[in-house]
Ligand binder design. Structure first.
Ligand code: NZQ
Ligand code: ZN
Length: 386
């Protein structure tokens, strides 16, 4: 096992009817900016619950944060934060609203001239404006981690940011919010969370037995609940297990003491920036090719995953590893998710060169757990995913 440090200060308030607890968690006399997305919270009653809970606070609202939150939209919210003396941010939404709020928490206290530099120059946020979240869509784990991904529409870039100042103070996770989520987004959530586990697991063995089993148990739980929640999002047991699995997939716990990959996300973010494909779907496009391309360095973990998650007991390590990739792709298909880039766009052939050039420009010359995945490798993986 590798050395590690672990600290996660986010308080999780989990379960039915927990939104009423909001006022106890927000510092008294806060001036709140309530941030939301395209308006789903008005149709499913979440807005009404939040407003009722906040009746004793001064609240200003900012809506319209789009999926893959855009810098250009967020700077308008930043003006309100600075102009109105906001002291607390409350995100009510999925990963996009929460990530947008994290950017604002950082930008509100940033003293540099251009807040985009936080992303462009990879500036760590040590202290941010305090914020909490009411999670409406399980997927990203953003409700219990300190990372965010922001899109710059003008430059077609999608970049990550983070730092210890960006953990939510609290997150309210009520699985009943899931019943209004469209099936397409539920499929996305399962795929994103599943791939988060893969990114922190599918590397090489370091005899971290507990981390391996924690990761496998999150994947097994997602595989178990996927067909139930896809069929009936109002099934509370499935919803609760789905929601907690998504949080556990990316709250920092399973990645400690083990090597991490994250190359699938690096390539996937480029596909979203280029073609506006949903985040989770980009991962389903890249993952099978990435694992097939890197099978030599990943075969032990692929075989272990095949045995423990998919019950593959026959064959040697390489055969088990190959079958594990097939099973993973079949799982994505079972959710109605296509795994070839050409199924999403007819303009797919430019992507390999585009991504190779982008990674070269940024000097991303060694991605993955061995820091050995070159821009040329990314090019080859993209071509395999056409
Ligand atoms: O905008 P509204 O109207 O609220 O509708 C949203 C949106 O259209 C809808 N939705 C959310 N909750 C709902 C609901 N519809 C009905 N009922 C509800 N209860 O779902 C749509 C998608 O929402 P979004 O927040 O974009 O989805 P998700 O949670 O998958 O977030 C994706 C974003 O998170 C980033 C992705 O790159 C992407 O930008 N990620 C963030 C990570 C992190 N912070 O740790 C890690 C991830 O790997 C990922 O990169
Ligand atoms: Zn993701």
């Amino acid at each position: 096992m590798l050395n590690f440090e672990f600290k996660n200060p986010t308080k999780i308030i989990f379960g039915k009817g927990q939104i009423v607890k909001l006022p106890k968690e927000i510092p008294a006399k806060s001036k709140i900016l309530l941030l939301y997305g395209g308006g789903s919270i008005f149709k499913n009653g979440i807005y009404d619950q939040v407003k009722a809970a906040l009746k004793d606070f001064e609240v200003i609202e900012f809506g319209g944060i789009p999926a893959n939150p855009e810098y250009e939209v967020l700077v308008d919210a930043l003006k309100i934060i600075k102009g109105q003396g906001i002291t607390f941010l409350l995100a009510v939404g999925g990963g996009s609203v929460i990530d947008g709020t994290k950017f604002l928490a950082s930008a509100a206290l940033y003293t540099g001239e251009n807040p985009w530099d936080i992303l462009k120059n990879n500036i760590r946020t040590e202290v941010g404006m305090p914020f909490g979240t009411v999670l409406t869509l399980p997927a990203t784990g953003s409700e219990m981690n300190s990372g965010a991904v922001i899109t710059n529409k003008a430059t077609q870039e999608k970049l990550g940011m983070g730092g210890p100042g960006l953990f939510p103070l609290f997150s309210i996770c009520d699985p009943e919010v899931i019943k209004s989520i469209p099936q397409r987004q539920i499929a996305n959530g399962i795929t994103d969370a599943f791939t988060h586990v893969l990114e922190q697991y599918m590397t090489y063995p370091v005899q971290a037995y507990l981390q391996d089993r924690l990761a496998e148990s999150v994947m097994q739980t997602l595989v178990q609940v996927a067909p139930v929640i896809m069929k009936d999002p109002s099934d509370y047991t499935a919803a609760a297990n789905f929601m907690w699995s998504c949080t556990m997939a990316l709250n920092g716990l399973i990645q400690k003491g083990v090597p991490n990959d994250w190359a699938i996300h690096a390539m996937g973010h480029e596909l979203t920036a280029l073609y506006h494909i949903d985040h989770a779907r980009t991962l389903a496009i890249i993952a099978p090719s990435h694992y097939a391309y890197n099978i030599e360095s990943k075969k032990e973990k692929l075989a272990q995953y095949g045995e423990r998650v998919w019950g593959i007991n026959d064959g040697n390590v390489l055969e088990k590893a190959k079958l594990a990739i097939v099973k993973t792709e079949e799982f994505f298909h079972s959710l109605g998710i296509d795994t070839k880039l050409s199924q999403y766009t007819s303009d797919y052939q430019k992507s390999a060169d585009f991504i190779k050039n982008r990674f070269t420009e940024r000097n991303w010359v060694g991605l993955g757990e061995n820091k050995s995945l070159t821009p040329n490798d990314a090019h080859n993986i993209l071509e395999m995913s056409y």
